[in-house]
Design a protein around this ligand. Structure first.
Ligand code: FAQ
Length: 311
């Protein structure tokens, strides 16, 4: 009966075993996963835009090739995540409709504009850096298909972060103007990157249950702290500073203290009032419409191969 199935599920979670698509799971667990995984997939797909926009203007053939590979990786991450979410019984069309109609959330970070080349460095270093800090623990998420998708995604993110750091390092070793460009960009991305981890623990309605289910392994604030501790020494190597007068090492805590973030801005971005919400959604909808012929062709091919033995 229901009680036995719930007990079996709880026992799997308690034993740090994985829940697989064919296992029974509480409807709320399924719903929480669809929510997080679809938002995550959307973030990867929308996240292609700020960098995709720079491919034609990358300053060298090498930078162009790297950027193309990175944006392509992001498309791949979105596809693994949509596939993993589909194992929970939601369809790709349902998820995409929610994105295209503006109903679905995706990461706040992609609603900021990326007007300078140095932003390609900051996105790689800080945005992918935050993504890694958040996603490495997700490799151990209790839902099998999600955790397994995260393993490969994290490997690729790690390459992405290094390439971003290397863009900034090149600029910081360049002219005064290039150094200023790097610093100006870091100034803009620092706080939004910290907000990627989500609201403070006291205002995070989903955290407690997600941690009990071992979807999340650490709280938003724990991961944000870990990220700050990671990037401060990296900033020193680069020679950039962060725009936070309260940022300093706290010997007693063994961590860096940092200033309060502007959560009003975060909520405004989530409500659709960020710099680029409308732009991102319009571009995504246009890309989907322009891709209609590809979906049609794929469907026709699938139908044909289903009714013939061999093409
Ligand atoms: N933006 O109760 P919590 C990438 C929402 S990395 C927008 O704390 P939870 C790589 C949250 O959904 C970015 N919304 O929620 C890349 C919830 O609303 P809901 C993607 C946010 O789930 C790099 C409400 O606020 N990574 O794409 C944000 O326990 C470069 C209350 O929050 C992931 O999605 C936010 N920043 O914790 C690609 C990682 N924060 O759903 C291209 C997986 C919170 O109840 C270029 N996700 N909200 O309506 C997670 O780890 C979690 O979902 C959190 C939020 C940590 C994001």
């Amino acid at each position: 009966g229901e009680d036995e199935r719930l007990a079996a599920f709880d026992a799997l979670i308690a034993a740090d075993q994985r829940i697989e698509p064919t296992d029974w799971m509480p409807p709320a667990y399924r719903k929480a996963l669809v929510r997080q995984m679809s938002q995550h997939a959307h973030s990867e797909i929308i996240g292609m835009q700020p960098e995709g926009n720079w491919i034609t203007r990358a300053p060298s053939l090498k930078r162009k090739a790297i950027l193309m590979a990175k944006v392509q990786d992001e498309a791949g991450h979105g596809l693994y995540l949509y596939s993993a979410a589909e194992t929970l019984g939601t369809t790709r069309d349902e998820m995409l409709d929610a994105l295209h109609s503006g109903k679905a959330k995706y990461s706040s970070i992609f609603n900021y504009l990326a007007p300078s080349w140095a932003d390609m460095g900051s996105i790689g270093w800080l945005v992918d850096g935050a993504a890694i800090a958040n996603q490495v623990p997700l490799c151990r998420a209790s839902y099998g298909p999600y955790g397994r998708a995260m393993v490969r995604i994290c490997k690729e993110e790690s390459f992405h972060q290094r390439q971003g750091f290397e863009i900034l390092l090149a600029l910081m070793n360049g002219t005064d103007e290039q150094r200023a460009m790097a610093q100006e960009s870091v100034n803009r991305w620092y706080a939004p990157a910290l907000m990627m981890f989500g609201p403070p623990d006291g205002e995070s309605p989903n955290s407690r249950q997600s941690m009990a289910w071992k979807i999340k392994r650490f709280s938003n604030d724990e991961l944000r702290q870990r990220f700050v501790d990671m990037i401060v020494p990296q900033a020193e190597i680069l020679g950039v500073t962060f725009p936070d007068p309260d940022l300093r090492w706290n010997e007693e805590r063994g961590h860096h203290d940092f200033g309060e973030l502007d959560w009003d801005e975060f909520h405004a971005v989530l409500r659709g009032n960020g710099q680029a919400n409308a732009l991102r959604l319009a571009k995504r909808n246009a890309a989907h419409a322009e891709g209609a012929w590809v979906r049609e062709a794929a469907r026709a091919y699938a139908e044909r191969t289903a009714t013939s033995e061999r093409i």
